[in-house]
Unconditional design. Sequence first.
Length: 147
Amino acid sequence: MLTKRDVAGMIQERKRASGVTWKSIADGLGMSEVFVTSACLGMNSLPRAKADLLVRNLGLPQEAAVVLAEFPEKIFSQQVPTDPCIYRFHEIVGVYGQTLKELIQEKGGDGIMSAIDFDMHVEKVPHPKGDRIEIRMSGKFLAYNAW
């Protein structure tokens, strides 16, 4: 019986072996790059039809589609803050942190986004489903040195 961790490993191995990008995987599904990456890493679920398509596109066993469509437990190491606003950021990093790391390194190489040379903007934006908070972050890319 495959687990989300097993399927994430299979996808990452297929991705590594073929050189395909998260964006191309997401484009093949007609979905968001961030969401698809997160689902592939086990922190979100794909609609079953999209899971079937992803499995076909990557040549994975059909059982992987069942797992990709299952609801995740979203378990991550936690020291839970009690302030509701801060807690939500904790949750975002827990659910999307690995996704952000994957995408930063895929686009920039082996490195990190600086929190020192960094800008962030927070805006309240009208939206038909209810106002949104938009957070834009921009940090200098810092490559790891090799020596």
